[in-house]
Design a protein around this ligand. Sequence first.
Ligand SMILES: [Ca+2]
Length: 250
Amino acid sequence: MPVLFEDGFESGDVSKWDETVITSGENLQVVSPGIHGNYAILCTSEDAGPDEYATVVKRVEPSATLFARGYFTINGGLPLPREGDRINLIIFWYGSNIAIGKANGVDQFQLRVWDKINSRWIIANTGITPEIGRVYCIELEWHANNVTRAYIDGEKVAEIDISGGVNDTLIEEVRVGLGITVESGHPGLSVTCDTCAIGTEYIGPIITPLTGPLGIWTFPLLTWISTIFPNVATRLQTVLSNIKERFGRT
Ligand SMILES: [Ca+2]
């Protein structure tokens, strides 16, 4: 898969990114251990409000098609106080976001696409309520004036079709971390982020080698399958992990 950029913060800093955007009251730091490896970034807010950020920023060649994937753990700050509040985890400036937003009274993962013609967000709710402390693999897929999709753990969870033509943005800037639009003064928002990638095709979850006897034969198999069928490999890995969890204990 043509990956343009990858960073799991194993350098111990954010030097692979073009800049950070951290507004007053927000904080972004490299912490250890990571979700994978030794390091990740921790993005927090003690005094959140609208249009505030604790994000790393990567610029890319203007792209009508773009994918970005990151691993996220929500540490705290939920529930969001008010209907319509959200924290954006991956931002394709100024095209689309994957967020946790409050809709119908419930915090849930959302796909959001900016409608340039009518100056409004088009929102697809997933109905998936984030669990504090769980690791989520999140991926955003953008096609200008076409279909935009959100994936969680390798499964498509939302899709917005703008082939009618309300946003032709070529994405030049990707922000990852905590992009905040919530009621002013909301405390305790905290997100850990790791293992980011930006590409021109679907990226998907990382393939982690299983340990023990099961791993010896599954890892080469998964690596081979993943090069041809990324979605199949993801599902197979989940099945194998479950088997290992139940019976393996190696
Ligand atoms: Ca890492």
